[in-house]
Write a protein of this length. Structure first.
Length: 383
């Protein structure tokens, strides 16, 4: 086939410190055919790209993806030695697997086409504006040679490779933690953790599980990159109190029956406390997810590898201190805390009773998606 050319003036530089450029809308290069189909419908026809008959460049093959994070990866490949010395740039076509021709963080007609200088491989591709955590992508590569007139001669596209980005690392979660600390507010006393559900739920626990609450896998609510979503097993508890009464609220979005358990049964020096997430759902309310894990438990080992650990006595969200020989507990006032306890809990350790308030379904957070535009609870590594 005849390799095509792309004019230098059609490329937009990302930034002064970046070695990449992006092919803008309407400037995507099209070759005659590529394995697996077209990788972008925003391309110009051949006459618009300046097709020229030249010696073909080597096509990348045996592509390898490594060192994957939530917003970066390394890519390498093999090439035939023929005309290899002519290569000056690499063209990289990156698309979300769910929809190869769109990226929800960009205009719908702008696929992500990257242009990089021909540096030694493996090469790092990084960018939170087009890479999201825990997301499947496809990637293909062309080699390119810059001509004296500013045009680029390019090879055929390589095969299409699929990969998935990673969760937030501890570094990213620490950034979220610091943002949450800013708005946590003052600390209020509390004495019980509680869990609201329907009567049928507690009947089922008694009949089928011997009155033992069993941990279950956390849903996908909150930050898309949170390493606990869909992976950590635990039981959700609340500890929020009303400012004027110092007691739990009588309304709940989860059910009219409430299991109360004394705070010291779950939260004590034999527990470790971890920060799990910080998010909102297009409202003024912000949620902080904390994880309580008995020391040495499976949940503790899971969190120790992935989450920032908090000091039990000195943090902005949930504390356990001793005053005059008595354990005293405080929670942050200005965020809604969701506490995950990672071990089974017996109903015999507390009480189950009907609340007098209403069920507020609109406030349920089950599988709720985080607002990606909120400046308070987002960091610059995808959403």
């Amino acid at each position: 086939m005849m390799p095509s050319t792309l004019k230098q003036k059609e490329l937009q530089t990302w930034g002064r410190t970046s070695s990449f450029s992006k092919v803008g809308r309407g400037n995507t290069l099209k070759t005659k055919q590529q394995q697996g189909g077209d990788l972008g419908e925003a391309g110009n026809k051949s006459q618009d790209s300046g097709i020229a008959e030249m010696e073909e460049l080597p096509v990348p093959h045996n592509i390898k993806i490594s060192n994957i994070t939530c917003d970066s990866f390394k890519i390498s490949w093999d090439m035939d030695s023929k005309s290899k010395e002519r290569i000056t740039h690499y063209f990289i076509d990156l698309n979300k697997k769910e929809n190869k021709n769109s990226n929800k963080f960009k205009h719908k007609d702008v696929p992500t086409k990257l242009v990089a200088k021909a540096v030694p491989l493996p090469m790092t591709v990084r960018g939170h504006w087009f890479l999201s955590p825990r997301t499947e992508y496809t990637v293909a590569v062309q080699t390119a040679s810059k001509q004296v007139d500013g045009d680029y001669t390019v090879s055929e596209w390589s095969e299409i490779i699929e990969f998935c980005t990673a969760d937030y690392s501890k570094v990213h979660l620490t950034q979220l933690l610091e943002k949450a600390e800013v708005i946590a507010g003052r600390m209020l006393k509390f004495s019980v953790f509680y869990r609201n559900q329907h009567k049928e739920y507690f009947d089922y626990i008694r009949e089928q599980h011997g009155s033992i609450l069993q941990p279950s896998v956390k849903d996908n609510s909150g930050s898309h990159g949170s390493p606990i979503s869909g992976k950590l097993e635990g039981i959700f508890f609340s500890c929020h109190t009303e400012f004027n009464t110092g007691k739990p609220p009588q309304d709940s979005p989860y059910g009219r029956y409430r299991f109360d358990i004394a705070a010291e049964k779950l939260f004590n020096p034999n527990s470790n406390l971890y920060f799990g997430d910080f998010y909102c759902m297009y409202t003024a309310y912000h949620y902080v997810i904390l994880v309580l894990a008995p020391v040495g438990s499976l949940g503790d080992e899971f969190c120790k590898q992935r989450l920032p650990q908090l000091n039990l006595q000195d943090n902005k969200f949930l504390t356990c201190t001793e005053e005059d020989g008595v354990m005293v507990y405080h929670h942050a006032q200005d965020v809604i805390l969701e506490v995950i306890y990672t071990d089974p809990v017996s109903l015999s350790l507390g009480t189950v009773a009907e609340i007098t308030g209403h069920q507020l379904m609109s406030l349920s957070t089950a599988n709720a998606k985080k607002d990606p535009s909120c400046k308070t609870c987002n960091i610059s590594v995808g959403r």
